[in-house]
Design a protein around this ligand. Structure first.
Ligand code: HEM
Length: 399
């Protein structure tokens, strides 16, 4: 018998004190899908992640997320309308192409040196600093400074730019009218900043990142607003994600002292395992949203066209069909898929994976080199959220 969407069980009630992982595992234990009160269907397994992100029958959400939050205008609404992440088909290809080609390996390879120098200085600077607010003093500034450097923003402006970025990002979630107004104002400031940066560049295939990007958009189909939005998108997509992943990975390492000590003894040898496991164990992306384009049966359930599906990263990255003992944090595991699923798949696969990896690798190696005695100085941070970019609470360490 083929089931209808209304036959899918609702999510179980949240039990006080449950982690996001425990809550989602409880929903998965009921069956392959769960639905919420708005009718969004969640899927849990790694296999379903592949099925529901297959562009042949599903598409990326566009403005549905904004509209569901009651947002129909403003800076964030305009940004989402013009961004590559929330577009499909030809519009997506138009927007992704020039950015992907400008953000290619040679540009990124040159960045590794810059990031290594920066993280070395930052980690060394923490030596003997006592109690450190790791998000404020390390994990937050790093991605914002690195993207500022990619865009050629002067070092002196990087901190105020970072302030705008972390405030603006809040507008991608469901927030109060007050926070939305602040977020829109900060996004306006970023827009003006990026407009000014673009205004003084000339298209130049051999120039810096922005000049190359302009050369690749010349005579193309994008409007001036779209050209700017893809750069702003890079800034927004690359900040909170890397910040959360770095803090979460470090906290897991410090909570598994034997693995931290093994890493400090051989940072170069263990770095790949550390980064892959940090990204898997408590992923910074909660789920990937998709809308079905045709009616199809999956696992005995009929999914009509236009069904809104969220495939959980939390559960699919702990799928026992893929990972042995999936609830164990283990930097030595050898069962990570070749392409890490946390960066998505298909046409929207993350454009910043290499940059994110460079930042995570260089930061964690520098911390291990300079601060082998680093320890938690407070409760472990908690990652929260089931969709989009998850938030992380404070991480204090003693350096
Ligand atoms: C740990 C860090 C990161 C994670 C886990 C991550 C994850 C993801 C995921 C899952 C997607 C696809 C979303 C979907 O299919 O719905 C995505 C898209 C994207 N990411 Fe990342 N990301 C990270 C860091 C970065 C960085 C550092 C940048 C750039 C500076 C970046 C730029 C982008 C862009 C531009 C897209 C949109 C691609 C498109 O729609 O074609 N990301 N990211």
């Amino acid at each position: 018998m083929v089931l209808k969407l209304t036959d899918i069980p609702f999510f179980p009630s949240y039990i006080d004190g449950q982690s996001d992982h425990q809550f989602m595992a409880g929903a998965w234990a009921q069956g392959p899908f769960a639905r919420d009160k708005l009718g969004v269907i969640s899927a849990f397994s790694a296999e379903h992640m592949a099925i529901f992100t297959d562009e042949r029958w599903t598409r990326q959400i566009e403005l549905e997320g904004m509209r569901a939050s009651g947002v129909t205008r403003g800076a964030m609404f305009d940004f989402v309308s013009n961004s590559l992440l929330f577009s499909n088909g030809q519009a997506h290809r138009n927007r992704r192409g020039p950015l992907a080609r400008s953000f290619a390996r040679p540009v990124l390879a040159a960045l590794r040196e810059d990031v290594a120098r920066r993280t070395d200085r930052m980690a060394f600077g923490l030596k003997g600093a006592g109690r450190v607010d790791f998000l404020r003093d390390f994990a937050g500034p790093l991605p914002a400074q690195v993207i500022a450097s990619v865009l050629g923003i002067p070092e002196n402006d990087a901190d105020s730019f970072a302030g705008h970025v972390y405030s603006a990002i809040r507008g991608l979630s469901v927030v109060s009218a007050e926070i939305r107004a602040e977020s829109d104002a900060d996004l306006d400031a970023i827009n003006r900043y990026v407009d000014d940066l673009l205004a003084v560049r000339r298209p130049d295939e051999a120039g810096d990142f922005l000049s190359q990007y302009l050369a690749k958009t010349e005579d193309g189909p994008m409007s001036a607003e779209e050209i700017r939005c893809q750069i702003v998108g890079l800034v927004l997509a690359g900040s909170d994600t890397t910040r959360g992943a770095l803090a979460s990975t470090l906290s897991q390492l410090l909570q598994h002292r034997d693995q931290w000590e093994a890493f400090c003894a051989d940072p170069d040898g263990l770095i790949d395992g550390v980064v892959n496991e940090g990204l898997r164990f408590d992923p910074v992306i909660g789920s990937l949203p998709r809308v079905t384009l045709e009616t199809r049966e999956v696992d005995g359930v009929k999914f009509p066209r236009q069904t809104f599906v969220a495939v959980s990263m939390l559960t699919s990255l702990r799928d026992p069909q893929v990972y042995a003992d999936p609830d164990r944090f283990d930097v030595f595991r050898s069962d990570h898929p070749r392409l890490h699923p946390v960066f998505g798949s298909g046409p929207h696969r993350c454009l910043g994976e290499i940059l994110a990896r460079i930042e995570l690798e260089e930061a964690l190696k520098a911390l291990a080199r300079h601060l082998p005695h680093l320890a938690m100085d407070g409760p472990p941070p908690v990652m929260r959220g089931y969709g989009a970019v998850r938030s992380i609470s404070d991480l204090f360490v003693s350096a």
